[in-house]
Ligand binder design. Sequence first.
Ligand SMILES: *Cc1c(COP(=O)(O)O)cnc(C)c1O
Length: 500
Amino acid sequence: MLYQSTRNAAKKVNAAEAIVKGISEDGGLFVPCEIPHISLEDIKSLSEKNYRDRAKTILGLYLTDFTGEELDKCVTNAYNSKSFGSDAIAPLHHLNDTASILELWHGPTCAFKDMALQILPHFMTCSIKKRKIDREIVILVATSGDTGKAALEGFADVEGTRILVFFPENGVSEIQKLQMLTQEGKNVGVASVCGNFDDAQTGVKRIFGDSEFNAVLEENGFRLSSANSINWGRLVPQIVYYFSAYCDMVNSGKVAVGDKINICVPTGNFGNILAAWYAKEMGLPVNKFICASNANNVLTDFINTGIYDKNREFKTTTSPSMDILISSNLERLLFDITGRNEKLIKDWMNKLSSCGKYEVSDTEKEIIKSNFYGGYCNDDDTKETIKSIWNEYKYLMDTHTAVGYNVYKQYTDKTGDKTPAVIASTANPYKFNETVLNAVSPGINTKLMNEFDVLYALNEKTGLEIPYSLAELKDKAKRFDTKCEKENMINVVREMLGIR
Ligand SMILES: *Cc1c(COP(=O)(O)O)cnc(C)c1O
């Protein structure tokens, strides 16, 4: 299996190279040259396996330059009961007759990013060896909150790598900030950027594209790579859990093999939902994708009109990991639905960076409309959703998951579609505790409570166990205090790597 850039079909690389590089030199994203197929027979036999074996099967179709032994090692080291609480790894919770919640947050940092970032470092070290690279790999990350911590946790003290994380100073929750600033490990660095997530992401992309600086890094024994969801190594592990969820639906009798399901995903950078799209392209029976946004509803408008327009106010919401106006992974979907037309993609992406806007043609609009439903949910409705689900089912959702559920309800109310649905749950409710506590305890005043009092109050109210990795933050020392202007990120990188 080879990979090409969405902006250049001529140059092809294998999986190891795509993973080490992260992003293609031409600014495009690596995509598989063809999409492998899974038959219904294959799905039947996957249903009899555990998560690790399901993962080995799916990953093996994409990472064909990895040996069975190497894949086995990556999967076993990443997905175990020690890191994920149990061997289920990504369990399904059947909420009611039609909606099942796919809990993707049982990993060490309590958000779904662990599903990919627990395995990416293993892919990376394996790929470095295969490519015989003698440079230290520097992982540069821009984060809206959850990626940063999950990447730090995954890469901490991984041989042959360094990891530097930039987060928007006012764009992440207090718990997220603490999770990052207390990160242990010899090879880690963290800095905040004065700006929003898009500023941080743009800054990181600029450093990747700075050939002069990259030459300086090479001279000093470093090479940049990415752990953002633009890296193929981040996306491919996410395809696994959609197959796994389908298998669990089959095993619980919710569907028979071959029946279609709907998949609803609370979306930011379009990575998680894109993985579901690839699963369908491979043969997973999917009827509709429900793409849920918060008040930053650029994707909702895109799905409804075919016009992508980021020229709008950036809103800070209670689902901060989705506060994004440039959904990078959309480029991969567009590549697929234009019949892999690199010229069109280049044209649109140039328009996006020069005037913040592009419009796809009627052909693409049709394909998007027939596969996707786009909707959004504001902060008040997010809170209301958490409250009503708790009251009705005694099931506690985080803010991002609640955005997903709310939009799923909008969809079923509008269409009457009763297709069994899998709703991706992307964070443990304790991670976005203040909004969640306010939702389930109306009248409580959280203004005067500190982060940890909120955790304890939520525990008292719901009886759900506080994840140890969050509770222990109380006694951990902060290790980082670097704050920079968005123009200055490159200097922070220099400093952290000790380059003059
Ligand atoms: C990152 C994240 C999202 C958005 O996922 P994308 O792949 O960027 O669409 C949603 N919810 C949570 C909790 C996240 O951390």
